[in-house]
Design a protein around this ligand. Structure first.
Ligand SMILES: NC(=O)c1ccc[n+]([C@@H]2O[C@H](COP(=O)([O-])OP(=O)(O)OC[C@H]3O[C@@H](n4cnc5c(N)ncnc54)[C@H](OP(=O)(O)O)[C@@H]3O)[C@@H](O)[C@H]2O)c1
Length: 240
C-alpha cells in the first residue's frame, strides 16, 4: 500500500519526498487535484493507503486576486482527495498541512484548541480545507509556519510580524514524528522561539533591511503567526 504526497515540487513537498522515499509523488500535471475525474482515476489505479496533502495556492496576494481558482484548489482540491481516500475504503491516515494563518494573529501563541478567525482569503480556504478533512475519522491536521532554506526572496522583511518559524525540513521531520506516533486530530508543529520575520530573513540573508506593516499595501496579513502546542513537542530550528 502506498502513501500519496501532493505538492511534491513545493517547499515542504520536496523535503517530505526525502522522508518517505517509497511514496507516490505526482507533480501538478500528473495529478491536478482540481480535476475530480483525474483524482478518482488516480485512486482507482493506485493502492493508496494514506495521503499527505501539501498542494495549495499559497501566495496570499494571488489567493485574494484569484478567488475562484484558489477556492477550486484549496477547498475543492482537498475535497476531491478526501473523497478519493474515502471511496478507496482505506483505513489509512489523511494528513493535511494547514497554517497558523487560520488564526487572527492579534495575540499569537495559538494552541490546537484556540478558535480560528482567518484574516484573508488564503487563510479562509485553508480553514475550509480543514473542515473537508474532518469528514474522515483518521485524519491529522498539521498547523505550522515555515520557509524553505534559501535566500530571502525580497529586499526587506517585516520587523512587526512574528512566528514560531521552522525550516521546511524541520516540519517534514515533525510530520514524520507525528505520523510515527499514530496521533489523530489537530497538531501544531512549531519552533521553540517566537521571532520576527526580519530575524528569520537574516538567518539566510544577513543584509536584509527592516520594514513594517505601514510600508505595505495589499491583502490583510496575519501579524502574529506564532503557535503554541498542548499536544506535541516543540522543535529547534535546524542550523544552517
Ligand atoms: N510556506 C509557508 O509559509 C506555509 C506555512 C504554513 C502552511 N503552509 C501550507 O503548507 C503546504 C505546502 O506549502 P509550500 O510552501 O511547500 O507550498 P508551495 O511551495 O507554494 O508549493 C505548492 C505545491 O502545490 C502544487 N499545486 C498547486 N496547485 C495544484 C493542483 N491544482 N494540483 C496539484 N498540485 C498543485 C504546486 O505545484 P506547481 O508549482 O507545479 O503548481 C506545488 O508543488 C500548503 O498547503 C500551505 O498552505 C505553508
Amino acid at each position: 500500500m502506498d502513501i500519496l504526497i501532493t505538492g511534491s515540487t513545493g517547499a515542504l513537498g520536496t523535503e517530505l519526498k526525502k522522508r518517505f522515499p517509497g511514496a507516490l509523488t505526482p507533480n501538478h500535471k500528473e495529478l491536478d487535484i482540481t480535476n475530480r475525474g483525474q483524482v478518482v482515476d488516480f485512486f482507482k489505479k493506485n493502492k493508496i493507503d494514506s495521503v499527505i496533502h501539501t498542494a495549495a495556492i499559497t501566495s496570499v496576494r494571488k489567493c485574494e486576486e484569484e478567488k475562484e481558482f484558489t477556492w477550486k484548489t484549496n477547498v475543492e482540491g482537498t475535497k476531491n482527495l478526501v473523497d478519493g481516500l474515502m471511496q478507496s475504503y482505506s483505513k489509512g491516515k489523511f494528513v493535511y498541512v494547514s497554517t497558523a494563518c487560520v488564526f487572527d494573529g492579534h495575540v499569537g501563541m495559538y494552541k490546537e484548541s484556540s478558535i480560528p478567525y482567518p484574516e484573508n482569503f488564503y487563510a479562509l480556504t485553508k480553514l475550509l480545507g480543514e473542515q473537508e478533512v474532518k469528514r474522515l475519522s483518521n485524519y491529522l491536521i498539521i498547523r505550522t509556519n515555515f520557509i524553505a532554506r534559501k535566500r530571502w526572496p525580497y529586499p526587506k522583511a517585516f520587523s512587526d510580524r512574528f512566528g514560531t518559524y521552522l525550516f521546511a525540513e524541520d516540519v517534514a521531520d515533525g510530520i514524520k514524528d507525528v505520523l510515527d506516533s499514530d496521533m489523530t486530530g489537530i497538531v501544531h508543529i512549531v519552533g521553540d522561539k517566537k521571532i520576527s520575520m526580519l530575524e528569520l530573513a537574516k538567518i539566510t540573508s544577513p543584509e536584509i533591511e527592516p520594514m513594517t506593516i505601514n510600508d505595505y499595501s495589499g491583502p490583510r496579513l496575519t501579524m502574529d503567526m506564532s503557535l503554541d502546542t498542548e499536544r506535541w513537542k516543540k522543535y529547534k530550528m535546524s542550523k544552517i
